[in-house]
Design a protein around this ligand. Sequence first.
Ligand code: ZN
Length: 115
Amino acid sequence: MHESAIATSILDLVLHALPAPRQRITKITFVAGVLAGIEPSCLEVYFSELAKETAAENAELILKYTDAEFVCQTCGYRELFEGRGRVKIECERCGGLNRLQGGSEMYIEQIEVEQ
Ligand SMILES: [Zn+2]
């Protein structure tokens, strides 16, 4: 399952990023594109399960979404796509062909540790 693999990667990354092994992680901000297809509640469940008895146990996992956008190949017109609704193949300004850009990225934006 998609979310369990992502939760495993997040945990690996944050545990390796810890400056001192005895510090505890309190909060993780994870950014995912709207097209990455992550179910937030599902990710949280996997993460809290996997994080048990590690430095990230009970850490708060914040999920932030980034939008994708349509970019017209002809006139360069850009339109935001929030991942819902119709995929617009044609530019609404000139009728040119749109390309879908972004929205599939995933990265850890911030990790907070206990002071
Ligand atoms: Zn256009």
